[in-house]
Design a protein around this ligand. Structure first.
Ligand code: ZN
Length: 204
């Protein structure tokens, strides 16, 4: 049994995904076996995490806060080589990262933050559709690739987006869905890069 303070840290670590009781205890014991500088650096970096990393105001991706007086803008939105007319809509930042790793996306992104889910009581009004429409107008988006996961909620959200955005006329946009190949019910996060790249190239 760990002493009280060590146990308290282990309890906190257990709240992270994939960290169980034994792993948490192992991390705390490891830190105690290392010079105090490691724990101090980790603690200090964590204290500053939220102040330095904020959601991008344009897409919801994570952005490094370089200048407090400017709205946080992520690397993808700041990259002038990206095609502003092509927009990929994802559910979560993790999905965006997975697609970025595949290297198949030459446009930009929009992170919904959630999916419609009748079971969890999340309806169309809970999605940031107005911000998405604004983004489409501002950037002159012509094509939207919906890359929500191949789950029930992901498919329901894709249908909603096709209905809501497919009818836009100013500008008119083409809405496509990433092709199948990503296993049903799985997270994009865990799909391999080749599969994801193919799913984007084979969109319909
Ligand atoms: Zn961004």
């Amino acid at each position: 049994m760990l002493p009280r303070h060590a146990r308290a840290i282990a309890r906190l670590l257990e709240r992270l995904p994939g960290v169980g009781e034994r792993t948490a205890a192992r991390y705390v014991l490891h830190l105690l076996g290392e010079p105090p500088a490691l724990s101090e650096a980790l603690g200090q970096a964590l204290v500053e995490l939220h102040a330095h990393v904020k959601p991008c105001v344009r897409c919801g991706n994570l952005a490094e806060v370089e200048d407090e007086s400017l709205p946080p803008t992520c690397e993808v939105c700041a990259d002038p080589r990206r095609d502003p007319a092509l927009l990929c809509v994802v559910a979560r930042v993790q999905d965006l990262s997975a697609i970025e790793r595949s290297g198949a996306m030459r446009g930009r992104y929009f992170v919904l933050g959630k999916l419609v889910s009748p079971l969890e009581g999340i309806g169309p009004d809970d999605l940031p559709l107005e911000q998405l429409r604004e983004r489409i107008r501002e950037d002159g988006v012509r094509e939207i690739i919906v890359a929500t996961p191949p789950s029930v909620d992901g498919e329901a959200t894709a249908l909603l987006l096709a209905r809501e955005l497919g009818s836009l006329t100013e500008p008119s946009v083409k809405v496509s869905r990433i092709a199948s190949g990503v296993p049903h019910g799985s997270d994009l996060e865990y799909a391999d890069q080749v599969t994801l790249g193919r799913a984007i190239a084979g969109r319909r």
